[in-house]
Write a protein that binds this ligand. Structure first.
Ligand code: HEC
Ligand code: HEC
Length: 517
């Protein structure tokens, strides 16, 4: 057994940053010599892949995540203890935790033989059994951010791959950072709570492993509190469903390189995108900043979340499996409202003339027929520059540092954004790289006439009239489930992309067509 000595690192799940385009500490197998692991590895059997397959990719994406549990996760009894010790920070139970941080809730079913379901973990959280100690370890998967239960009047459906517009990953991070800073976070107190929680939940928590795991976890929480304080301060009060992706990666670079990597002055909020465009994309970010083999780019989220390079050497088929999965997305539900087919046909012609050049051509079922990824310069687009400009010279230098990248992936400041693939666009609101446009009707309004501030009703069903999230005029105080979008804030401007509005009355026909995609 390898964990002896209490080295079982247990960094918190909220080390999660986004997958961004960038080079991270990522190095695919085979390109460098293998260093000896300073800390033990936990390698649950479920992460072994014999053959690249769509199914293996789906399991990673929707269930297990990339892995390296000691680095990206936390012993479940300790997590339960923290929830119990700090209900104000984490919510008193799983349902409250999910509500607080916008995770997609899942009802507990005590009769299920799936431990995740039995425990009622939100979608995108998973318990993997640490083979070294037998203890269940809480880890996250891509679906924590990339899945959503879409609701419309009269129906709902869980869509894996769609961006979660409620997720508040930085708030979750902040809660754990505050916990790591508390004087009453001590091994004895958390140990007692963990012991009680493990018994109640009937999960393994062997006496001989408790102290080492507790010590390393508390130490890890304290360390990450120091490391992440600045990022937490910068992202405080940020909008749901968005991630400070570049800033989060910059922190990962800082930790890896040991020097500061400042980013642009304004936080470059990035909405969690739908992954349905993956089959035709050559980069994986709103601005196309990160370049490299797609199988390397697709696992980057977890490098930033703390997964070690050795993990990827030991699991070389994960990226290829994720790609196999994302290349063949499951069919999506068609627009659930009525569509005026004659108007949509007219809209299809207008789309071909005014939109296809950037957004591509689509088959009758909405799947993409042809698409050539380009970056549209900010000057031609007029949308908020903050996300593109968050990529500073220091970030470019760090992201191209061969000590980290081995030259496999690279990063540049593109100065623009990539036109998203529009398949399933009806379910994807709020729109734009910062989630700045609540509906297609809003996007079809001349930029200068769009409401600058408005209130989004996050829990309401989608509005099939405007094709988007339901909004109300700006008001205070906000009710539960309401979010105020403030387009006067740098990073969140509602301006730009006049192309749909430029069509005047014909925009309605194009929206009718977009419903068919
Ligand atoms: C913390 C939330 C979060 C997690 C977890 C996460 N992502 Fe992402 N993902 C994002 C954000 C935000 C972006 C956009 C980043 C940007 O452009 O700045 C993104 C972009 C992407 C894209 C590009 C989509 C497109 O076509 O524009 C893909 C593909 C993707 N992620 C796959 C994954 C995979 C695979 C995982 C799991 C290994 C994962 N993501 C985990 C937040 C997340
Ligand atoms: C010059 C290239 C270009 C043209 C022409 C163009 N778009 Fe776009 N479109 C973009 C870019 C780039 C973005 C992303 C902008 C951002 O996030 O800041 C975008 C975003 C969008 C979005 C939001 C998608 C999402 O996933 O959030 C929609 C919807 C859209 N465009 C529809 C249209 C329609 C309809 C037309 C034709 C009337 C059109 N666009 C014409 C480049 C273009």
């Amino acid at each position: 057994v390898r964990v002896r000595g209490g080295a079982g690192a247990a960094l918190a799940l909220a080390g999660l940053t986004a997958c961004t385009p960038t080079a991270s500490t990522s190095v695919p197998p085979a390109t460098a010599s293998r260093p000896t692991a300073a800390e033990p590895m936990s390698d649950p059997a479920e992460y072994a892949i014999d053959r690249v397959s769509r199914g293996a990719g789906e399991r990673i994406f929707a269930r297990t995540g990339i892995g390296d549990p000691y680095r990206t996760g936390m012993a479940y009894p300790i997590f339960l203890a923290l929830v119990r010790a700090y209900p104000d920070e984490l919510g008193a139970d799983m349902a409250a935790l999910a509500a607080k941080f916008g995770f997609t809730p899942r009802a507990a079913d005590p009769a299920s033989d799936d431990l995740d379901v039995r425990e009622g973990l939100p979608i995108g959280m998973h318990l993997t059994i640490d083979p070294n100690t037998g203890v269940p370890w809480l880890v996250g998967s891509c679906a924590l951010c990339h899945a959503e239960r879409v609701r419309w009047p009269g129906g709902e459906e869980l869509v894996i791959g769609l961006g979660n517009k409620r997720v508040r990953i930085h708030d979750y991070d902040a809660a754990l950072v505050r916990i790591g800073d508390r004087g009453d976070l001590d091994v004895t107190r958390i140990g007692e709570l963990a012991d009680a929680a493990a018994r109640e939940h009937g999960v393994a928590w062997p006496a001989e492993w408790q102290l080492p795991i507790l010590q390393r976890t508390v130490e890890g929480l304290r360390e990450r509190s120091e490391q992440r304080a600045d990022l937490v301060a910068r992202t405080a009060g940020g909008p749901p469903g968005r991630v400070a992706a570049i800033e989060s990666f910059a922190l990962a670079f800082e930790l890896a390189l040991g020097h500061a990597v400042p980013t642009g002055d304004t936080v470059g909020w990035a909405k969690v995108p739908d992954v349905i465009g993956f089959p035709v994309r050559t980069t994986l970010s709103w601005d196309g900043a990160g370049q490299g083999p797609i199988d390397a780019l697709v696992v980057e989220a977890d490098f930033a979340a703390g997964a070690r390079v050795e993990w990827f050497w030991d699991h070389p088929l994960q990226g290829a499996s994720l790609s196999a999965y994302l290349r063949q997305p499951a069919p999506r539900r068609a627009f659930p409202g009525t569509i005026d087919r004659a108007l949509a046909t007219k809209g299809a012609r207008l789309f071909a003339d005014h939109c296809s050049g950037c957004h591509g051509d689509y088959a009758a079922d909405g799947t993409i027929a042809s698409y050539d990824e380009t970056v549209v310069p900010l000057a031609d687009l007029g949308t908020d520059p903050a996300r593109a400009m968050a990529i500073s010279d220091a970030f470019v230098a760090a992201g191209n540092d061969k000590a980290l990248t081995k030259g496999v992936v690279s990063v540049e400041r593109t100065g623009g954004y990539v036109p998203p693939v529009l398949t399933s666009v009806w379910m994807r609101a709020p729109y734009g790289h910062a989630g700045q446009w609540p509906s297609l009707r809003f996007l079809a309004t001349a930029p200068g006439k769009r409401a600058t501030t408005y209130v989004v009703e996050l829990d309401a069903p989608l509005d099939l009239e405007t094709v988007g999230v339901r909004v109300a005029a700006d008001h205070a105080p906000l009710a539960a489930g309401e979010h105020r979008h403030d387009g006067t804030q740098p990073g969140l401007s509602v301006l730009g992309h006049p192309f749909l509005a430029d069509l005047g009355a014909d925009a309605a026909a194009v929206i009718e067509y977009l419903k068919t995609l």
